[in-house]
Write a protein that binds this ligand. Structure first.
Ligand SMILES: [Zn+2]
Length: 508
């Protein structure tokens, strides 16, 4: 058990900061005191956690993250941020030279805006082995001629245009090139440590595409190696896998398959988000994916397999309207299911009223508010419909925050929402944003009783911050997470425990 003291503890029920907090050996919060030394009669064996004047908050719950997919970036070449195709080619060449035994090279980081467009003949000179370069959006990529040949040999059908694959076709190649089970057993914990440094201990993994990913999660969970709550959402194709039943039956302690994920459109960056009005810089409205019968079939299958969370990716306002229509029709049939719109970025104001009456949560990325300032050339006045958090909260629409790993850092996301959300319908407070990034996801995961805030009876999922995020003079992007606690156990190596004597001294 631990006694947290000598800092500011965010106890959301009260207006004042709490001063002390006690956890038991199971990592549950058993007492909170509003006064210093208020818990001095508690168990004398408690290890003291000296907060050193820092700010203790509930750890973040990232309701849209991709641990199983992002951890591939530890084994692939990640050159996201490289500013030109010339520089990128040099990096790819040296990566290939350093990994002569790899059979297939995967590279992440292609940004059309800085590298320009690419096709197979542009990348063929880099290697004679299969090469796959993924766009930063994870919605498109390019295959060299050798990769196309390898796919044909393996009888994998992928439609491409001079090597360029998008959306579903991209996802086929993406899944084929993912790390396999053995690698995932070390890569997922590696990514988990990165999440801990950002104060995140609960995630909703929003795209589990292979049985290797599912089995790696299950094994890490079974062997006590998962220090992260993961609510998995699987590709509906996985429901056809012969081994899926074991995965659906696996429930915790920290991993379970919560639902399925379905795509209704793409992304604004690659002009595939489906809009009601054409983009300003190209002559179309984006690309809708999936029809009502197609979605209804997938949902029926998932429901009969026992899944109750239906997550639908929709970014453009037309795609979002379609999800609402689907939910209006099907929520009457599947009355015990919960629905989520992933991203729900560009929302037509007239749709907000429809959301209130549906069992639906909008899982939104505050970091996507960046688009308000930077996609004016594509969206024109529609940028005003991006992330209208104020309208949603005023309208009592359920919202949870997640990062989509673009980037993962929740404080950066919140900072962008507050900076770029210039229109009144987009403005929220720091307190509201923190609640959506903690309690928002916990509620959606049906874990409101165990996580999402600091309260007696809840798990001690905590983060210690060096500054107060509610202080308007503090730059959110500069806040550092000093410590992260998962169910009462410290996760960052920096924590040095002070033992019993210090406790006695402190409360004397
Ligand atoms: Zn995503």
């Amino acid at each position: 058990m631990h006694l947290f003291t000598n800092g500011f503890i965010f106890f959301s029920k009260e207006t004042a900061w709490a001063k002390e907090l006690l956890t038991d050996d199971n990592g549950t919060i058993v007492a909170i005191s509003k006064t210093e030394h208020g818990l001095k009669h508690s168990e004398r064996d408690a290890e003291i956690v000296d907060l050193k004047g820092g700010y203790l908050f509930p750890a973040f719950e990232d309701a849209h993250n991709h641990p199983a997919m992002m951890c591939r970036l530890f084994s692939d070449l990640n050159i996201n941020g490289v500013q030109s195709w010339t520089e990128a080619q040099a990096a790819i060449r040296s990566y290939i030279a350093a990994h002569p035994r790899k059979e297939w090279y995967s590279v992440y980081g292609w940004n059309n805006a800085t590298w320009g467009d690419l096709k197979d003949t542009d990348i063929d000179p880099l290697t004679e082995k299969p090469l796959f370069i993924m766009n930063i959006s994870f919605h498109g990529g390019v295959l060299n001629t050798a990769a196309q040949r390898k796919l044909r040999e393996d009888r994998v059908e992928v439609a491409h245009d001079h090597g360029v694959v998008e959306e579903e076709q991209f996802q086929i190649v993406e899944a084929l090139t993912l790390p396999k089970y053995d690698e995932l057993l070390s890569l997922i914990p590696q990514f988990e440590r990165e999440l801990h440094t950002q104060g995140i201990v609960s995630v909703h993994d929003m795209w589990i595409a292979t049985m290797d990913q599912l089995e790696a999660y299950m094994d890490l969970d079974r062997t006590g190696k998962l220090s992260l709550n993961v609510a998995g959402h699987i590709s509906s194709d996985l429901l056809n896998h012969p081994k899926i039943h074991a995965a659906l039956a696996h429930t915790g302690p920290h991993f379970s398959v919560a639902g399925i994920k379905i795509f209704l459109d793409g992304a604004i960056g690659v002009h595939t988000a489906f809009m009601s009005n054409p983009y300003k810089d190209v002559r179309h409205r984006g690309i809708p994916r999936g029809s009502f019968p197609d979605v209804a079939t997938k949902i029926a299958k998932a429901y009969h397999a026992g899944l109750r969370s239906f997550a639908i990716h929709a970014i453009g306002d037309a795609a979002i309207s379609t999800v609402l229509t689907i939910c209006e029709k099907l929520s009457r049939k599947y009355t015990d299911a919960s629905w989520r719109i992933e991203h729900s970025e560009v929302i037509h104001p007239r749709d907000i009223q429809r959301m209130v009456h549906l069992p639906i949560t909008l899982v939104m990325q505050p970091n996507f508010s960046w688009d308000i300032g930077n996609y004016k050339d594509r969206l024109g006045d529609m940028v005003r419909w991006i992330n209208p958090f104020r309208l949603l909260l005023n309208g009592n629409v359920a919202v949870a925050f997640g990062s989509d790993n673009m980037p993962t850092n929740p404080f950066q996301g919140i900072a962008w929402a507050l900076e770029y959300g210039a229109y009144p319908e987009q403005k929220i407070t720091r307190k509201e944003a923190m609640a959506l990034y903690t309690a928002g996801g916990a509620k959606l995961a049906q874990e409101k009783k165990t996580r999402g805030s600091i309260d007696v009876g809840k798990k001690a999922n905590l983060m210690l911050l060096d500054q107060n995020p509610f202080d308007e003079t503090v730059s959110l992007e500069r806040i550092r997470v000093l410590e992260t606690w998962f169910e009462g156990k410290p996760q960052l190596s920096s924590r040095v425990m002070e033992r019993h004597p210090a406790h006695a001294q402190h409360i004397a």
